[in-house]
Design a binder for this molecule. Structure first.
Ligand code: TMP
Length: 203
């Protein structure tokens, strides 16, 4: 049996990544194809506890504490990932690129430290493919305004998200074959079929 891929959906707030990962999981359900889906921070029970702590509007952690909490949340998912890696399709809503883009490119945390801890946690686990959803500033603002509630990481100023998005794009440029950039300013139906066509090739 061939190795099942680990596929990640990345992008800043309002970029449509959660919508598209949901659409892919509906597609797999319809086709009765086995997969697991998780989000970060979050996923397993302990990681969801850490998510609540990080994203709570009443929290006010230092950027290094945030980094360690995001990585702690990831650490709690490692057993689940190891158990399924290669055996089942794994879909993840945000993963290591979010840590590099938000904590390093957005907040200035040391990149070597982030890479070192990610490497230590992940070991043989590797991302096979990433859908990077990008969005224009105006559309991001519009979409954030529609949200019923905003968490602690939805409240940075616009220039922060621009820096983070540029970070994501830098990562995608380094390994072009492993990324598909989805321009979420375009028609959502076109993007949905672009993603599904790529998924069919990946699985
Ligand atoms: P979400 O609402 O899309 O699930 O994202 C939660 C927030 O956490 C989002 O603002 C991005 C941020 N985040 C980081 O800053 N670093 C990370 O490593 C991860 C996984 C998420």
């Amino acid at each position: 049996m061939s190795k099942k891929p680990l596929i990640v959906f990345e992008g800043i707030e309002g970029s449509g990544k959660s919508y598209h990962i949901l659409n892919v999981s509906k597609y797999l359900d319809k086709k009765k194809i086995d997969y697991i889906k998780l989000r970060e921070p979050g996923g397993c029970k302990n990681s969801e506890k850490i998510r609540k702590l990080i994203l709570n509007n009443k929290s006010s952690f230092d950027k290094n504490t945030d980094l360690l909490l995001y990585l702690a949340a990831r650490s709690e998912n490692i057993n689940l990932l190891k158990k399924n890696y290669g055996k089942k399709i794994i879909l993840i809503d945000r993963f290591i690129d979010s840590t590099v883009s938000y904590q390093h490119y957005g907040l200035g945390v040391n990149l070597k430290l982030i890479n070192m801890i990610n490497k230590f946690l992940l070991k043989e686990i590797k991302v096979d493919f990433t859908f990077l959803n990008v969005v224009k500033k105006n559309n991001m603002i519009k979409r954030l305004k529609k949200r019923k509630s905003l968490n602690r990481y939805d409240r940075f100023d616009n220039s922060f998200y621009s820096k983070v998005q540029r970070g994501f794009l830098k990562l995608a440029k380094k390994d072009k074959k492993k990324y598909l950039i989805i321009n979420s300013n375009l028609d959502i139906e076109i993007n949905k079929s672009l993603i599904i066509e790529k998924i069919k090739k990946l699985i």
